[in-house]
Design a protein around this ligand. Structure first.
Ligand code: ACO
Length: 260
């Protein structure tokens, strides 16, 4: 994988844009004419964005340009014709998939809060990208669908864990094996969306959420995220200990700051 700053050519091939404004980074899926279909370059460049994110970024917004958040993997990758500039159709090993998963994994980092702003279709790898984010703000035309099993594959872009964490094993199984579409009302009911707003209000709703998050001290936000992310895997005792540990560190930090 390349080192150094991400070039315009990389962004172009990936179908991505990145804008960093102080503490907020906005990643835009920018191939609306293909409904923001995702390629290997998209996932690898997302990983590079995570690796090279400027210090001081506290919120990462992931959004899609056009009518859909993302139609998932570019289906041409499954054909002999392929996609120009992308790896050709070939047998894959686990390391290959690990490199793609890296594009989504970093969105869970405790020093940032990641927010997916989702309108229209979020299918397969697009649904998993929304699931990789900490929070989902969705438009009332949202359509989530985990289509991978219909293509003979499993969801392998780190989406099965958050899906199960959010909706539970039976519902996750039903959603994946029927590959059916989840619309806005159900998404809200299942906890797949923190907020549902009219399409026209999506940007403003995300801005408001970002402002609220930025009002919390960075170290407090990171400690809170660490605590909450660890909670499902911890016993009550372990979690109580984690609360104590984080709190003592924060209180000591406050005292140090107030000391002359
Ligand atoms: N891969 C490649 N091209 C795509 C994809 C995709 N996943 N999705 C849409 N496009 C292209 C279409 O081929 C079309 O191209 P064209 O203008 O050259 O004909 C263009 O994007 C617009 O697509 P439409 O189908 O015309 O747009 P519409 O808004 O009517 O429908 C929808 C959008 C529902 C997303 C539909 O395109 C679709 O079902 N796409 C495939 C979804 C899919 O199965 N993805 C794989 C999921 S599994 C995974 O991600 C691992």
């Amino acid at each position: 994988m390349a080192d150094g700053p991400i070039t315009d050519a990389e962004f172009q091939q990936a179908g991505l844009r990145l804008a960093v404004d102080g503490a907020v980074a906005t990643i835009t899926l920018a191939r609306p004419e293909r409904r923001n279909a995702l390629t290997f370059s998209t996932w690898r460049t997302l990983a590079r964005i995570g690796d090279t994110l400027p210090d001081g970024v506290r919120v990462v917004v992931v959004r899609g340009e056009g009518p859909a958040f993302s139609a998932g993997i570019d289906l041409r990758l499954f054909t002999a014709e392929g996609v120009p500039g992308e790896d050709a159709l070939a047998p894959r090993d686990e390391e290959f998939i690990r490199g793609l998963q890296a594009g989504y994994l970093w969105l869970r980092r405790p020093d940032i809060v990641s927010i997916a702003a989702v309108q229209g279709h979020a299918i397969g790898g697009g649904f998993q990208l929304a699931l990789a984010c900490d929070l989902r703000v969705v438009a009332d035309d949202v359509k989530f669908a985990m289509k991978e099993p219909a293509l003979g594959i499993v969801p392998d872009l780190t989406g099965t864990k958050p899906l199960v964490d959010i909706v539970g094993v039976p519902r996750a199984m039903e959603l994946c094996l029927t590959t059916r579409t989840v619309f806005a009302d159900e998404a809200a009911r299942l906890g797949l969306a923190e907020l549902v707003v009219p399409v026209a209000d999506l940007g403003k709703a995300v801005d408001d959420l970002v402002a609220a998050i930025l009002a919390v001290r960075p170290s407090t936000a990171a400690a809170t995220k660490r605590l909450l992310r660890a909670a499902p895997g911890n016993t009550l005792e372990e979690q109580s200990a984690a609360e104590r540990r984080e709190q003592v560190a924060l209180l000591n930090e406050h005292i140090r700051e107030q000391s002359p």
